[in-house]
Write a protein that binds this ligand. Structure first.
Ligand code: TRP
Length: 334
C-alpha cells in the first residue's frame, strides 16, 4: 500500500517495433489501472541488453516508449514512468536476490531456454538471471499487483517464490505480488497466421500492426488479413482469423464478441475488415500525434524523466536499505 492505494508495477522493453498487441495487451490496461492504483511503469532498459542492442537505437526507442506511455494516457504526475537504469536500486537488489535464487530454478525458465536457443552465440549470465532482475523490479516497490502477459507468468511465480523465501528468513520484508492477467486484448494474433501471437519480431510486416503505422498502412494490412472461406462473422475456434479481428474490434469499441457478431450479422468480411481498420486507426492516430508532440518537446519530457526517476528511487531505496540491513551489511556512517 502506498498513500492508501494498492501498488501496481509493470515494465516493458523498448526493443523491436511495438505492435497493437503491446498496446491492447498492456499499455491500454495500464491506463485503466492507473485510475485505481499507485502505479510504477518502467522502461526496462537493463533487461534489453541481455541480447545485443545497437546503442543509438536502444536509446531512441527507450525514449519513444516512455513518451508513448504518456501519449497513450498515463499521467506522469500520478503514475511513476521511468527508466530502470536511472534507479540503481534495481541492480543492487537484483544482486542480493541472486543469492536467494537457485540455479535449478533459473534453468527451468522456458524463456531462458527459448532465448538461449535463439542467441546461441551469446548465452550470457544476464540472460540467465533476467528473472531475478525482474523480481527486484517488482519487490522494490512492494507491488501488490503485476499486470503481465501469460508469457511472463513463470517469471512472476519465481518472483513470488523468492519473496516468500526471503520473508521466511528475515520476516515480512517484501509484499508477495499477485499476477494480473487481463482477459481482453491479452492475446492479439498475427494477421497473417492467426494461430500465432502478433509479434514485434515477425519478419512479415503484414502480420503486425505497428504503433507507428499510418492509416493507409493499417487499412491495407487489415484488408490483407488472413481469414477463412466460411463467410460468416462468428466468434469460434474454427475461425481464428475472424476471431482475432473480433477480439480487436471488441476491445476497441468496448463490446463483447457476441455484440460484435450481432452488429455484423449478414455482412461480408470486406466490410468487417474495414470497420476493424477504422477503429484501430481512430485510436492510434491521436496517440501518434501526441507522441510526436512530446518527442519534439525535449525540455518537458526531460523534466518528467528526471522527476520520476527521483520519485522511483525514493521508494526503491526505502526497500533496499531495509533489505541491506536484514542481510547484515554494515550501517552507513553519516
Ligand atoms: N520481462 C517482462 C517482459 O518481457 C518485462 C519486465 C521486466 C517486467 N521487469 C518487469 C514486467 C517487472 C512486469 C514486472 O514482458
Amino acid at each position: 500500500m502506498l498513500n492508501g492505494e494498492k501498488v501496481v508495477f509493470s515494465g516493458a522493453q523498448a526493443t523491436g517495433n511495438l505492435t497493437i498487441g503491446n498496446y491492447l495487451g498492456a499499455i491500454r490496461n495500464w491506463v485503466e489501472l492507473a485510475n485505481d492504483y499507485q502505479c510504477f511503469f518502467c522502461v526496462v532498459d537493463e533487461h534489453s541488453i541481455t541480447v545485443r542492442q545497437d546503442p543509438a537505437t536502444l536509446r531512441r526507442r527507450s525514449r519513444e516508449l516512455l513518451t508513448l506511455y504518456i501519449a497513450a494516457g498515463l499521467d506522469p504526475e500520478k503514475s511513476c514512468l521511468y527508466f530502470q537504469s536511472h534507479v540503481p536500486a534495481h541492480a543492487e537488489l537484483a544482486w542480493i536476490l541472486n543469492c536467494f535464487t537457485y540455479m535449478g530454478e533459473l534453468q527451468r525458465m522456458t524463456q531462458f531456454k527459448d532465448k538461449s536457443a535463439k542467441h546461441e552465440d551469446n548465452i550470457n549470465a544476464g540472460l540467465f538471471t533476467y528473472p531475478v532482475l525482474m523480481a527486484a523490479d517488482i519487490l522494490l516497490y512492494q507491488a501488490d499487483l503485476v499486470p503481465v502477459g501469460q508469457d511472463q507468468k513463470q517469471h512472476l511465480e519465481l518472483c513470488r517464490d523468492i519473496a516468500q523465501r526471503f520473508n521466511a528468513v528475515y520476516g515480512d520484508v517484501f509484499t508477495v505480488p499477485e499476477g494480473y492477467y487481463p482477459k481482453t486484448g491479452a492475446r492479439i494474433m498475427s494477421l497473417q497466421d492467426p494461430l500465432h501471437k502478433m509479434s514485434k519480431s515477425d519478419e512479415n510486416p503484414n502480420a503486425s500492426i505497428y504503433l507507428t503505422d499510418d492509416t493507409d498502412t493499417i487499412m491495407r494490412k487489415f484488408r490483407r488479413a488472413v481469414t477463412d472461406s466460411e463467410g460468416v462473422i462468428r466468434y469460434c475456434e474454427e475461425q481464428p482469423g475472424i476471431r482475432n479481428l473480433i477480439d480487436i474490434y471488441s476491445v476497441l469499441n468496448g463490446k463483447t464478441p457476441q455484440e460484435v457478431e450481432a452488429e455484423f450479422a449478414g455482412r461480408g468480411y470486406g466490410d468487417f475488415k474495414t470497420a476493424v481498420g477504422e477503429s484501430v486507426a481512430a485510436v492510434l492516430g491521436p496517440i501518434q500525434k501526441e507522441q510526436k508532440r512530446l518527442l519534439d518537446d525535449r525540455a518537458y519530457v526531460d523534466g518528467i524523466i528526471r522527476d520520476n526517476a527521483q520519485k522511483a528511487a525514493w521508494y526503491a531505496e526505502k526497500t533496499l536499505r531495509k533489505v541491506q540491513k536484514k542481510v547484515g551489511f554494515p550501517e552507513r556512517v553519516r
